[in-house]
Design a protein around this ligand. Structure first.
Ligand code: JB2
Length: 211
């Protein structure tokens, strides 16, 4: 068995995650990108096409990290990797501050400067990006992306696959549904239903929620 990690994805997010994994003392053997990817991501060789996952598993690799910003693609590829019997690892910066009472899922990325406070729950495949703060008792769903410098007050819930753009602020107790997008800098002071896009200060839903 080879304990080196296979990173799925070979773009900007993969670069950040490779460095996170290395900061934890891990080694990254290969990236697996979509066909047509450049042949290296940082200094890591890139294999093109998801067929490579099966081949690498046969060669003894069994640990993977999905490093793709798109919530939908990240989740699809995580399911593919798990189906192929990979274990998903976490990529957590030593410069993040995480409460001992927080509960973390698998396949998550937590970047430098992030803070996750008491009793918060971070779902599988979530990204808590650079400098984002998640206060006590928040519930962050599967495959959510909380972008850099977001600030979530206590008891906020964010549904699966939602995206909070850079610098969003969410007041305490707010419920954000599944598949929601909040534009950068949005200030969320009321609940947002599923699949909505909300922007502005205060954040307001724009258009019809995607059916
Ligand atoms: O089906 C796929 C597939 N589709 C896209 N299979 C595999 N194995 N890989 C896939 N990809 C890979 O996603 C592409 O080959 C490419 O390497 C990567 C997308 O790279 P990009 O640089 O466009 O985005 P990213 O996901 O690395 O970063 C986004 O999200 C981050 C959180 C950007 O928005 C960043 O700015 C952001 N920081």
């Amino acid at each position: 068995m080879n304990t080196d990690i296979i990173v799925i994805g070979a773009g900007g997010h993969a670069k950040v995650c490779i460095e996170l994994l290395r900061s934890m003392g891990e080694r990254v053997a290969f990236c697996v990108g979509a066909p047509g990817s450049p042949d290296r991501c940082l200094d890591v060789p890139v294999l093109n096409g998801d067929d490579n996952l099966a081949t690498l598993h046969q060669k003894g690799y069994s640990r993977a990290f999905v490093a793709i910003g798109s919530n939908g693609i990240r989740d699809r590829l995580a399911r593919l990797a798990v189906d192929q019997e990979y274990g998903l690892v976490n990529a957590i910066s030593p410069h993040a501050v995480i409460s001992p009472t927080a509960e973390l899922g698998t396949g998550i990325a937590v970047m430098a400067g992030a803070v996750i406070n008491a009793s918060a729950l971070i779902g599988d495949l979530a990204i808590i990006n650079t400098g984002a703060t998640i206060d006590h008792d928040c519930r962050i769903g599967r495959g959510v992306h909380i972008a850099p410098r977001c600030a979530l007050s206590g008891n906020v819930r964010v549904g699966d696959h939602s995206f909070l753009g850079a610098g969003c602020t969410v007041i305490d107790g707010i419920r954000i549904g599944e598949g929601v997008t909040v534009g950068a800098g949005g200030v969320v002071i009321s609940d947002i239903g599923p699949k909505a896009t909300a922007v502005g200060v205060p954040a307001r839903v724009v258009g019809d929620p995607i059916k």
